[in-house]
Write a protein of this length. Sequence first.
Length: 64
Amino acid sequence: MAKVHDFAEKAKKATMEKGVKCPRCGTVKVPTLYIQSVRSAHGSYRFNRQRIQICKCNEKQVFA
């Protein structure tokens, strides 16, 4: 049998923050694609891509 969803349950679910909370500052970490240009041995540029988690603690370090 299907579960009955009422408006209160839907509103509660919509207000919940998704993601992992930072243990230091308590805000939700936001996954972001960090792209860094690196010069290779041949003299051309490559782009290193990595997914990082950003919160209030490391926001200034990443965007500086």
